[in-house]
Design a protein around this ligand. Structure first.
Ligand code: ATP
Length: 135
């Protein structure tokens, strides 16, 4: 059994990660999924949360929002709507997005798309949490 798997994380904008990982966690629709080399094949939808993977003795943290992951015994492919490495997260931007979303949610304005604001809040909160984990 190989002790690593090929990990690719892609968004519509860019290739975020291409690495040989030995372990990872990702936020599936029904909760976090832990993956080791040789995992049984599956496809899962992603929610909003943190991806953690380790490679060469280093642990990496990323914020991810929506998409799919395909898990194969020797390869994991993540196709995400958005994904940022912890060190690339603009904290000020995330704080502003969080504040905007919170204001929309409590405004009581019937024009506000509640689901959209709630999703924006979730993304911003995740980005702030993940940004704190940079090495
Ligand atoms: P904002 O209102 O600040 O645009 P958002 O949650 O609506 O936030 P998204 O639609 O999720 O933004 O993402 C749009 C693009 O901007 C994606 O490429 C995403 O990776 C990037 N992005 C969003 N917020 C940040 C951030 N705080 N730091 C770095 N990149 C970000």
């Amino acid at each position: 059994m190989p002790d690593t798997f090929q990990l690719e994380i892609v968004t519509p904008d860019k290739m975020v990660v291409r690495d040989a990982a030995d372990e990872m966690q990702l936020p599936g629709k029904k909760g976090y999924l832990g993956i080791l080399p040789g995992h049984a094949p599956l496809i899962t939808e992603l929610s909003v949360g943190e991806i953690i993977y380790s490679a060469n003795g280093y642990t990496h943290h990323l914020a991810v929002a929506w998409g799919f992951a395909e898990v194969l015994p020797d390869k994991v492919t993540v196709l995400a709507e958005t994904c940022e490495r912890a060190e690339d997260i603009d904290i000020r931007r995330a704080r502003e997005a969080k504040q905007r979303a919170e204001e929309r949610l409590k405004s009581g304005n019937p024009e506000v798309d509640f689901n959209r604001a709630a999703s924006a809040l979730q993304r911003a909160q995740t980005r702030l949490e993940v940004a704190e984990r940079k090495g």
